[in-house]
Design a protein around this ligand. Sequence first.
Ligand code: PEP
Ligand code: MN
Length: 348
Amino acid sequence: MIIIMEPKASDIQVQKVIDFLKANGFEIRFNRGEIHTVIDAIGDKTTVTPGRISGFDGVKEVKIIREPFRLASRDRKPDDTIVEFSNGVKIGGNNKPVFMAGPCSVEDYDGLIKVAQAAKESGCQFLRGGAFKPRTSPYDFQGYGEKALKFLQKAGNETGLLTVSEIMDASDIDLMCEYIDVLQIGARNVQNFKLLHAVGKCKKPVILKRGLSSTIREFLLAAEHILYNGNPNVILCERGIRSFDSAFTRNVMDIASIPVIKKYSHLPIIVDPSHGTGERYLIEPMAKAGLVVGADGVMIEVHHDPENALSDGKQSLPIAMFKDVMSRLNQLTEKIHYEKNCLSANIG
Ligand code: PEP
Ligand code: MN
């Protein structure tokens, strides 16, 4: 890390920083300029974090040279992580992008199975539905809990789809793992560190959604918590961030985050254009955009009767529209997959 001292930092203040870093095993190069003194410290940032140094008197700024997410970084693991399921489905690397679909909340079994069958027919690999719902208002529908997990499992078994559902509390881990294949951590829980640690300790694949106001670095550091606790099966999900203009879209779906994350991390990343935009008509163009820039999959909210959905009806595709959208997304996926593999075969 590089430590820039205040112009008026005294020799004693500079020496205190240097002594502390040296005592912690850092190698120091330092440059006393006319205005600023700059200390270049090379060593293990797990023993002394940049935040620890910025507390010293006379320190103006601490810059990091290497990204603080280690296990999630491509420097550490150049090859893409591929999350593999027992039925042969794979997410990441040169594998064909996957599709996940389902209602925001699991309501009744009849509705769920209609959506599940449409998802299966349309080439999806995952059925996704909420059992425990993180709702801004306590008066909104909170999810049917275990009953919904049972419906999901049943619909998954009947269609052969893998199942995804959100975990809100670490104490639900055993219950969730009994019924479903992938644990989702929602945007509101991206920095719930106890939850991240808990899913890190179990080996179920985890879909980690970007937080409403997460920077890309914070997002990758959240994933780092899961990796650090022992679970390598992390799938990131870009679901839009909050910005100043909510007149036309619920969130700003940060398409650039996909190639950025691909550059700095080996983890697979999917896109969620439903929460990313909040608008039915934007799901297809934004799913396409995500696929074109390299997303490893797409997650879409679908409901058998969106007008009467208990949550997120506005951004859910009705079944007929979903099938239509999927036919075009499948065509695009084939094309992208073909080009990606031809390219890597030519390079290889
Ligand atoms: C959801 O997937 O239904 C959900 C609540 O998503 P997010 O956490 O991205 O808001
Ligand atoms: Mn939703």
